[in-house]
Design a protein around this ligand. Structure first.
Ligand code: KG4
Ligand code: ZN
Length: 349
């Protein structure tokens, strides 16, 4: 095992994640989730998330150190998600990271949550090919990125396209709600769809020839969500009992079809052979299978971290931190801000 020993802290949404890596080797990935506290509200309540981070932070750090078999004094650097995310939630992580950096006299790196989602793949599949095309799909984002260098020197991460309305994960969560499935809906739709068939031809947003002229690499999922809602309503009006599994499978197929189609089109257009799929929605079993199948036909290689590393965690932050240290990038200043709308092109603050 070689490389810097880095502790990463993630608190951008409802998961308190603390990960420890040595270079590309994962040593610990402790996550405390407050998702159960939000479930009855049908979405993440920012104040509840912030308080839960505060309570979980110290025990989660202790658990990570214990699992990794390291002492805090052994750590070479601290990395923390500085944005994007919920402002109050981010502040808890940033404050904790600053306290550790000062207490241990170690450098601190305030890093981008989205770049970290991509960087975590290095822990499983080795160094990221340069360049690679990243399809980043989470609860708050759906983007296509050209990643020349995930540590983000000038033009290291370029945005090719993104959602013009709902993010892919948001669409999963909203459609799950329509189908009376629990929050967060993605995993529940994934599971329900396994027993269903693709029986309904739901719309594929921004894929007509006219849309492609202006929005070739952008996504739109709000029309799909509305189409599902209308379909469910019309069935219910007709007194038909809805087959949740079939609706879930049909909706999931429409989302995955657009995501995979556009990712492969972008990779081909950019002349890039490697696609990395990252973010919570990358845990989706149909997306993983479809991407693998179709990529092969295009002569493109796909890398997707294992599902547990796709959803928010601290290991991804540590992975990006370790890469920054390895490449000799300058650390952040101790007054680094939590930036709830940090752009994806800004990898380190
Ligand atoms: O990356 P992530 O954990 O948090 C954000 O940065 O947003 O992504 C969370 C999103 C949620 O919308 C959740 O429903 C979705 O990822 N998700 C899934 C699956 N697992 C999580 N969506 C589809 N299929 C899954 N298996
Ligand atoms: Zn995320």
């Amino acid at each position: 095992m070689s490389g810097p020993l880095v502790l990463g802290i993630e608190t951008s949404c409802d998961e308190t994640g603390v990960g420890i890596v040595r270079g590309h080797t994962l040593l610990a990935d402790s996550v405390a989730s407050s998702v159960d506290e939000h479930a009855r509200f049908g979405g993440v309540v920012p104040e509840v998330a912030s308080r839960a981070h505060l309570e979980a932070m110290v025990p989660t750090i202790e658990r990570a150190c214990e699992t990794a078999g390291v002492r805090l004094h052994d750590i070479d650097a601290i990395a923390v998600t500085s944005g994007p995310g919920l402002a109050g939630a981010l502040l808890v992580g940033v404050a904790a990271a600053k306290a550790l950096a000062i207490g241990l006299a170690k450098p601190i790196y305030g890093v981008n949550h989205l770049a970290a989602h991509v960087a975590v793949d290095q822990l499983e599949h080795g160094p990221l090919p340069q360049p690679c095309l990243a399809l980043l799909v989470s609860g708050g984002h759906s983007s296509l990125l050209r990643v020349g260098d995930v540590t983000g020197p000038e033009r290291g991460v370029q945005l090719l396209g993104s959602t013009i309305d709902d993010a892919a994960g948001e669409a999963f969560d909203k459609v799950a709600r329509l189908l009376a499935l629990p929050f967060p809906g993605g995993p529940h739709i994934d599971r329900a769809a396994r027993d269903g068939h693709v029986t309904i031809d739901f719309p594929r947003g921004l894929t007509t020839r006219r849309d492609l002229e202006r929005h070739r690499f952008d996504f739109s999922f709000s029309g799909l969500k509305t189409a599902v809602a209308r379909w469910v309503e019309s069935q219910q009006r007709g007194g038909v009992v809805i087959d949740v599994a079939d609706v879930a499978a049909s909706f999931q197929e429409a989302v995955c079809d657009v995501l995979v189609r556009k990712a492969l089109d972008a990779a081909t257009d950019q002349g890039i052979e490697h696609v990395v799929i990252a973010g919570g929605v990358a845990a989706n079993s149909r997306l993983r299978a479809m991407a693998a199948e179709r990529a092969e036909a295009h002569g493109i290689r796909v890398r997707i971290p294992r599902p547990g590393l796709c959803t928010d965690n601290g290991a991804m932050v540590a992975a990006l931190g370790a890469e920054l240290v390895t490449r000799g990038r300058a650390p952040s200043s101790l007054d680094l801000p939590a930036d709830s709308s940090q752009p994806v092109t800004e990898v380190v603050v």
